[in-house]
Design a binder for this molecule. Structure first.
Ligand SMILES: [Fe+2]
Length: 214
């Protein structure tokens, strides 16, 4: 577990809290990254962790987030040698971790589980493909296959396993992920035809607060 401080985290998002929507005729409420983090922090501080009954409030804040790339630029770090990068934006090391995932063209995550209460995914750029599976003990059976080009989705082990990736050969994809609580390890499956072949992945970040971790 990295030793990330709240002050460092706050430093990462010290920008204005609101800005006018460019599409105010469609949606009047748009919030900045700092306001999004403030909302998550408030829910965390009021509840010690993000409870399931607060999902709607968190989801709404993720939907209201303006996704401004000027603000996200420092976290938008691609590495051609990896399928994707995980870039930490904010965490309290206990209840939540907010991160930007940058997907190279045509690259996917392995199939994985979510050892936490849940993970929210907010679309930022490009199109991502989410494929969900059910584990019947022998194999992982595909249960859904979605192209996501807008909005917010939620995933938890109760809904199965999944993989996410960027199916495009032309456009990089970016997604914003909120884990509650954060986790150090998760399980991976590289062969859906054999559910017994399970690997363990240790959580790590390519950047933390815009700085390379190694
Ligand atoms: Fe996931």
């Amino acid at each position: 577990m990295s030793t990330i401080t709240r002050s460092a985290k706050r430093k990462a998002t010290e920008e204005e809290t609101t800005r006018p929507s460019k599409r105010s005729h469609v949606q009047t409420k748009k919030i900045t990254l700092k306001k999004l983090v403030d909302t998550i922090e408030r829910v965390v501080e009021e509840n010690s962790k993000i409870p399931l009954e607060k999902m709607d409030e968190i989801k709404q804040a993720l939907m209201d987030y303006d996704g401004n790339m000027d603000e996200l630029k420092r976290y938008s770090q691609f590495d051609a040698s990896r399928n994707y990068t995980r870039n930490l934006i904010a965490t309290d090391n206990e209840a939540y971790a907010l991160m930007l995932l940058c997907w190279n063209k045509g690259k996917y995550s392995p199939i994985h589980d979510h050892p936490s209460d849940g993970c929210w995914v907010r679309h930022i750029q490009g199109t991502v493909n989410e494929v969900r599976y059910q584990n019947n003990g022998k194999e992982l059976v595909e249960s859904s296959n979605m192209m996501i080009s807008e909005g917010v989705s939620f995933m938890t082990d109760a809904l199965g396993l999944h993989k996410i990736g960027n199916p495009s050969q032309q456009v990089d994809a970016i997604t914003l992920h909120l884990y509650a609580p954060p986790y150090d390890k998760c399980k991976l499956w590289f062969d859906p035809s054999d559910a017994t072949k399970v690997s363990t992945a240790v959580s790590n970040f390519y950047t933390e607060y815009g700085e390379l971790t190694n």
